[in-house]
Design a protein around this ligand. Structure first.
Ligand SMILES: [Zn+2]
Ligand SMILES: [Zn+2]
Length: 337
């Protein structure tokens, strides 16, 4: 099969690798769509990686034994792995499992090998490109909104409107909340407004937090950080109302939290939130079934996997919403460089 790998700083290519085979509860899924997350940051940051990506949707093609899925099943592939036995796995929060098997399950690839219990069946009437948004496109923010008990009367601020944050706008709007985005990239700001955000504030504006407090009548009820930057995280804390709840989803950021000012006096509740509970997957797929037009607006580009460099350049420039790779699409010309 073909995979994409960053073989040296600044060098990435499509490589040939042996096809995976099923074993125990690990089954083989043909990846038809691999939504792109923030892998481009590894490339632009000078990192390397032979196992890129963690989002996928496709079809089960091989199993080692009878289990939860059969060849031919269309599935969403959940990110990561888990032991399947510890209290975290049994409660659906497998993403935090401390005994997860040490196996890579990259999705910039034509096949992925995955435990059958980490595959979510896709309803027959749901387009696969919509179902694929149950990975990072909508998943982490969906989980965070559930955890914070979002209500239709709430105002929600989302900082960082990239491949994860835009899903927070969609989820907040779907919950009936007033959504305010924080983003400096004009393309993404416009897209967030088209997805139903009431306003988008530029984080480089020194008055950004004050503007959000004005727009929300004293501060936002709920907040989600997808910026992964200390500046965005601080802005979010300062934009919240007293007793508000906020979730940190974006990786990174060396945030200083002031215990007295931010926590005691302001009474904020902070959540570290990575993904969503596996038991909530049917609810998310049900929501996805009702979100069709918004998802088509949010998924702005689809590339054959061989054109991954073009896709990364686009993502780095921020001129896109969610971007999908098609590992089986034929690419004209040379596959990457
Ligand atoms: Zn576990
Ligand atoms: Zn992701």
């Amino acid at each position: 099969m073909q995979i994409v790998a960053i073989t040296a700083p600044g060098t990435a290519a499509v490589l040939e690798r042996p096809d995976p085979t099923p074993e125990d509860d690990f089954v083989v899924v043909r990846i038809d769509l691999a939504p792109m997350c923030t892998e481009y940051k590894v490339f632009t940051g000078g990192g390397t990686g032979l196992a890129l990506g963690h989002e996928a949707a496709g079809e089960v093609v091989a199993v080692a034994r009878p289990g939860r899925v059969r060849p031919g099943d269309r599935v969403v592939v959940m990110p990561g792995t888990g032991c399947g036995r510890c209290p975290l796995c049994l409660s659906g929060d497998y993403i935090h499992c401390e005994q997860a098997p040490r196996v890579a399950t990259p999705t910039y690839a034509q096949y992925v090998r995955k435990q059958d219990w980490l595959l979510v069946p896709v309803p027959a009437d749901l387009p696969l490109r919509h179902a694929a948004m149950a990975c990072c496109g909508l998943g982490p923010t969906f989980g965070a909104l559930r955890r914070m008990g979002i209500r239709a009367s709430d105002s929600l601020v989302v900082t960082g409107l990239g491949p994860v944050g835009l899903g927070g706008v969609i989820g907040g709007v779907a919950a009936g909340a007033r959504v305010i985005g924080v983003e400096s990239q004009p393309y993404r700001a416009r897209l967030a407004l088209a997805l139903g955000a009431e306003a988008v504030v530029d984080p480089s504006d020194p008055e950004a937090a004050a503007r959000i407090r004005d727009l929300t009548g004293g501060g936002a009820d709920r907040g989600i950080d997808c910026s992964g930057s200390a500046q965005g995280q601080r802005l979010l804390i300062d934009a919240m109302r007293r007793r508000g709840h906020l979730a940190f989803i974006g990786e990174g950021g060396d945030l200083t939290v002031h215990v007295s000012r931010d926590l005691l006096r302001k009474g904020l509740t902070l959540h570290g939130h990575w993904h969503y509970n596996l038991a909530d997957a049917p609810a998310l797929l049900g929501l996805i079934g009702r979100l069709g037009p918004a998802l088509d607006r949010c998924i702005t580009h689809t590339f054959p996997m061989g054109r991954f460099r073009e896709a990364w350049d686009l993502q780095a420039a921020g001129h896109c919403g969610k971007v999908l790779l098609e590992p089986w699409a034929v690419t004209a010309g040379s596959p990457g460089s």
